[in-house]
Design a binder for this molecule. Structure first.
Ligand code: WQD
Length: 337
């Protein structure tokens, strides 16, 4: 079985490629290297002893996408990660986000239609829920007005896929709504490669512990939570990668219910920022310098997944806990120069 992974050299994409190769799939990767590096391909090969084919293509180039599908006629499924994903950047550059996250999705789906290809896995995000009214968050939670262009591209992307799936019964798709992906492959051969100052909590923590940043800023401790800091569901990237292969097999084996399904991917446990810091200090046996600063615009108070549907319908459950994820993130950070 040959699987196309777009954005396959990115953080979650690369870990999913490792899982696919380890489970005997043939993989071909498209990535434009705008938020990743060719060294990730070497890391994948060191882990799996396999060399997935790689095409450096910008999916905004419609002709290039068509040419790729013309040459690669034997694709059995597509896992679509390729997208920009920085919430703050999306506020500054909305048109870049709509072009890069929406046009590319449409071009890939148009080629799948032309070739009558089915089996599509879409990288979505819990950000589509905004601040949910009820916790833990189920897939039935209402989709609220997106707080950022990034979140809006995920909502629009899901709608595009569900509309297309409705009209084309042969086409089967699953959208996976990630909570907070963290950690790295246990070998530390691949991991999260933030470019510039990390926006996300875990890479900022590990860079601070490694002395690359002076101090972590905790964005507010006056939220209505136990310790005043925001709560998130931090899911190990290896668990997330595994879930993609489980979802893909569900489609390949025609075990899907409707031809468009949605699953939340989280651990089902929420941790506050201060709890993450304490767990990191315990795991690494070192103090983490931090200060409390003002809240960050757009942050929601609390989000963690109801994992019932993923566990019972998809047949997937997270195996790693927060300490495992932080340990792997730290091991990965220590390997960076
Ligand atoms: C987590 C918590 C911050 C940095 C985003 C996207 C989401 C997904 C994951 C793509 C928050 C606090 C952070 C720092 C801090 N991305 N924090 N100091 O915002 O929950 O989710 O990334 O799919 O779509 O929205 O993740 O890691 O940025 O923040 O105090 O230096 O850590 O306030 O409470 P977030 P995050």
């Amino acid at each position: 079985m040959k699987i196309l992974v777009t954005g396959g050299l990115g953080f979650i994409g690369s870990h999913t490629v490792v899982c696919l190769l380890n489970q005997g799939f043939e993989v071909t990767i498209i990535d434009n290297l705008s938020n990743s590096s060719i060294s990730v391909l070497e890391g994948i090969t060191r882990i799996t002893q396999e060399s997935p084919t790689f095409s450096r293509i910008d999916l905004r180039d419609k002709q290039k996408v068509a040419d790729f599908f013309e040459v690669n006629q034997d694709i059995d499924g597509v896992i679509h990660f390729a997208a920009s994903k920085a919430v703050g950047e999306s506020v500054e550059k909305p048109l870049l986000y709509y072009e890069n996250n929406i046009n590319t999705l449409v071009y890939v789906l148009q080629e799948m239609r032309r070739k009558q290809l089915s089996n599509f896995i879409f990288s979505s995000s819990c950000t589509v829920y905004g601040q949910a009214d009820n916790l833990p968050i189920t897939e039935e939670a209402p989709i609220k007005k997106a707080e950022s262009p990034y979140g809006n591209t995920k909502q629009i992307g899901e709608r595009i896929i569900s509309d297309y799936a409705k009209d084309h019964k042969y086409f089967k798709a699953i959208a996976l709504r990630y909570f907070n992906p963290v950690g790295a492959h246990p070998s530390a051969e691949i991991g999260e490669l933030p470019i510039g100052v990390p926006q996300n909590l875990i890479p900022f923590i590990t860079q601070t512990a490694a002395g690359k940043r002076d101090m972590l800023s905790v964005f507010g401790d006056d939220y209505p939570t136990e310790d005043g800091t925001c709560i998130r569901d931090y899911i190990h990237v290896m668990d997330l990668a595994e879930a993609h292969v489980v979802a893909l097999k569900r489609l390949l084996n025609k075990n899907n219910g409707q031809n468009y399904e949605v699953f939340n991917l989280g651990t089902g446990k929420g941790n506050s920022v201060l709890e993450v810091i304490k767990t990191f200090e315990k795991v690494t046996q070192q103090k983490l310098p931090y200060k409390i600063t003002a809240r960050r615009e757009g942050d929601i108070i609390s989000a963690y997944a109801d994992t019932q549907k993923a566990n019972s319908v998809l047949g997937w459950k997270s195996k790693y806990n927060l300490a495992d994820a932080l340990k792997s993130a730290w091991k990965w950070q220590q390997k960076q120069e």
